[in-house]
Design a protein around this ligand. Structure first.
Ligand SMILES: [Zn+2]
Length: 409
């Protein structure tokens, strides 16, 4: 892998952008705002449910969701012209500073300089354009004081979006070392089983499961991700074998194994943006996201999203619940995961989609998510339900359709 080291010196007035919310009467950043030449100061969204007693490693595991959010905010602010994005936080509820301090190499710490001295911080650059950096609570305090923002004002702002009057004339200089990796590559894998009906074979049901995970811990221990998501990929391969062994369905079946899911659904988003099968002819998406461990679910349960409570609920979800019941499985609404796996880019395109999974389990994003703890019968049950669901969709005269939220499956 080649990489470019850039020493970047960025100067400009700081512009407080809060959570970077744009809708509503009191936006943090107006839709058409021009931040050219400014150093955008954004707030790390505080999650009330972050347990304070987690270890640094556990925090690292759950921090991926926060990084995705920060990446989106940094990209949005960068698109408005910001020269750099600096994230501040009153308290480190999600443990970002812990994670970075504990798990990243300690060389090349970038420095942020303001009219007063600020602690050295490590940088993270989720955006492709403007560099972005997350400050520790101590360093954030200095920035917030310079902007004349109190902790209380910021808390209120986070709670209800109350506008805050931050100074806009405070200059800052960022002295950053940025590493740009230009040739990192990851691949999706796509396989197709052609349908048998000349009238319907141009349409396809697409199965998805992500094959990437979160790499290795600093001490070298591998995050094997047996449940997240080798179990899902095993389920997808099992479904493919069942289809290949049985009679050909009328519609075609596409099997998509994605990369980059943990970094923000990169593989599935890429597929939807650059479809290997015409996107308008994809009639349904069935996604596996961890299907081998109990925890949130008992042995006879799986979570599914979009559920009957969700506005993207579809006949696919209805059929899934019915098929699952026939196999002795109960589907639980899991809409807190709606944006968190590879069905999401499909669902957002209006394609009826359903993600089936375990929800949280005790070894989530830990090195202990290993093969020995996987319940093969559980993987098999999810695979059977999903195969039957896909076969029904592939055989039906009518393609699945989206419904409004309902009272039940
Ligand atoms: Zn996953």
């Amino acid at each position: 892998m080649t990489s470019t080291e850039l020493a970047t010196n960025i100067s400009g007035p700081m512009q407080f952008c809060g959570l970077s919310r744009t809708p509503g009467p009191n936006p943090d950043v107006a839709v058409g705002a021009n931040l050219t030449g400014k150093i955008a100061i954004a707030v790390v969204p505080t999650k009330g449910d972050a347990a304070p007693n987690l270890t640094a490693e556990q925090r690292f595991g759950i921090s991926f969701q926060t990084y995705r959010q920060l990446g989106k905010v940094a990209t949005a602010l960068s698109e408005k012209g910001a020269a750099a994005v600096v994230f501040v936080q009153v308290r480190d509820a999600t443990g970002l500073t812990d994670c970075l301090s504990t798990l990243l190499p300690s060389t090349q710490q970038p420095r942020i300089s303001l009219p007063m001295p600020v602690a050295r911080q490590r940088a993270s650059s989720p955006a492709r354009a403007a560099p972005a950096i997350v400050l520790s609570p101590q360093a954030s305090k200095v920035v917030l004081e310079a902007l004349h923002l109190t902790e209380q004002e910021l808390d209120e702002h986070l709670d209800d979006g109350t506008g805050v009057a931050a100074r806009t004339d405070v200059p800052a200089t960022l002295d950053l070392a940025v590493t740009i990796r230009t040739d990192a590559k990851a691949c999706n894998v796509v396989a197709v089983l052609r349908g048998s009906d000349p009238k319907l074979a141009h349409q396809a049901v697409i199965y998805t499961a992500h094959v990437d995970h979160i790499g290795a811990r600093m001490d070298g221990a591998a995050y094997n991700g047996a449940n997240d998501n080798a179990s899902g990929v095993a389920g997808l391969i099992g479904v493919a074998r069942m289809f290949a062994a049985g009679p050909r369905p009328r519609r075609s079946i596409v099997f998509l194994v994605t990369a980059g899911e943990e970094l923000g659904l990169w593989g599935s988003q890429f597929f939807v943006d650059n479809p290997a099968w015409p996107i308008e002819n994809i009639v349904a998406n069935i996604n596996f996201e961890m299907i081998g461990r109990t925890g949130r679910c008992t042995a006879t349960e799986f979570v599914a999203t979009p559920s009957y409570r969700h506005s993207r609920f579809s006949s696919l979800g209805h059929d899934a619940a019915q098929i699952a019941a026939g196999l002795g499985i109960t589907l639980l609404p899991g809409d807190e995961y709606y944006r968190q796996s590879d069905h999401f880019p499909f669902a957002e395109r209006g394609i009826p989609a359903l993600s089936i999974g375990d929800g949280n389990f005790v070894d989530y994003h830990l090195v202990t998510d290993d093969a020995g703890a996987i319940d093969g019968r559980r993987v098999h049950a999810a695979m059977r339900a999903a195969a039957e669901l896909g076969r029904r969709v592939a055989m039906d005269e009518e393609a699945p359709s989206t419904r409004q939220a309902q009272a039940g499956w």
